[in-house]
Ligand binder design. Sequence first.
Ligand code: NAI
Ligand code: NAD
Ligand code: ISE
Length: 344
Amino acid sequence: MTIKIGVIGTGAIGREHIDRIENILSGGEVKAVTDVNQESAYKAVKDYNLDATVYPDDVALVGDPNIDAVFVTSWGPAHEQSVLLAIEAGKYVFCEKPLATSAEGCMRIVDAEQKQGKRLVQVGFMRRYDEGYVQLKEALDNNEIGDPLMIHCSHRNPGVDENYKTNMAVTETLIHEIDALHWLIDDNYESVRVDFPRKTKHSHAELQDPQVFTLKTQGGVLIHAEVFVNCKYGYDIQCEVMGEEGIAKLPEVASVVVRKESKLSSNILNDWKIRFMDAYNKELQNFLDSVEKYGEPQGPTSWDGYIAAVTADACLQAQETGEEVDIKLQDTPDFYKKQVAVRN
Ligand code: NAI
Ligand code: NAD
Ligand code: ISE
């Protein structure tokens, strides 16, 4: 069966996902698109040669009886409305992060999904599908370095535009570490504090850059997570877990090592689209296969979206107050306790 997909938001990642559904993955076809910028929606149909209807908005797109699954790739503040519409219509949803921009918004989605009686939603936390993170998790699950004590990690972008403000270091960038790290060590966050080192001259008035988040987990693990979005030199994701018996590190992206003119060098990527290309492909193929095979997505759930939102809210409060802020999650509903297989 081919899953008929409607895409809400045909910007950078909406176009990337359309391209992979049409040209790389199997089992899905884009049959509808919409964007608040309608020209962008028409352009996507033309550029990717889609046999798809352009709708004026998400209400009309979700109402198309031919659409089985909705991809929400608009900007973050618009996600909640589109996801709720899709759930109410009983349609599957792949939603880019964030699921909603507040914990309350995520809870409304969690409630709506539970009322439908089965999982409909997968959140775009693609690092769980990245081969390096999968290997790192296997090493930890196999107790290769004993119990984890500390994590040092960095999320660095070469640069950002003037629209990117201090809070977006959390909602756009750190949000991936927030999801990946608690999954990696199977622990819950307890508190967070933020430090602002000297600001780089490459930033702008409304962006404190870099930032260092210190998260503590209920199990006592201390995490130092650096976000540096004007690092200039490349797109670089680092993660090192220190355990009782050794250290496990996220592998570097493979690159040819050149010896030339008295130098030893290898390339560093500079684009998230390329760094996580395989992970995006795997997460979406897994979504399509799971819906087809099990009638439910198997990837990161609405509850994972809620955990990320509660943690992000605490990080934002810590940015504003300079204080250590507690992270308080509600108990996980039974509905979300079933273990899901992430590996393909
Ligand atoms: P973008 O700004 O390039 O594209 C967003 C598109 O959504 C724009 O075309 C905009 O006109 C449209 N849009 C906004 N509100 C809308 C609405 N209510 N209805 C229909 N269309 C709407 O942004 P980008 O970079 O594509 O990001 C989109 C989402 O994907 C964000 O939530 C972002 O956080 C997420 N993202 C995730 C990544 C990942 O690694 N998982 C990477 C990049 C983005
Ligand atoms: P973008 O600005 O390029 O695209 C967003 C698009 O959404 C725009 O075309 C905009 O017109 C449209 N849009 C906004 N509000 C809308 C609405 N209410 N209805 C319909 N369309 C609407 O942004 P992007 O980089 O593609 O990011 C989109 C989302 O994807 C964000 O949530 C972002 O965080 C997420 N994202 C995730 C990753 C990742 O690694 N998982 C990477 C990039 C972006
Ligand atoms: C973008 O929105 C993403 O989600 C990317 O994965 C991230 O690395 C980048 O910093 C964000 O801007």
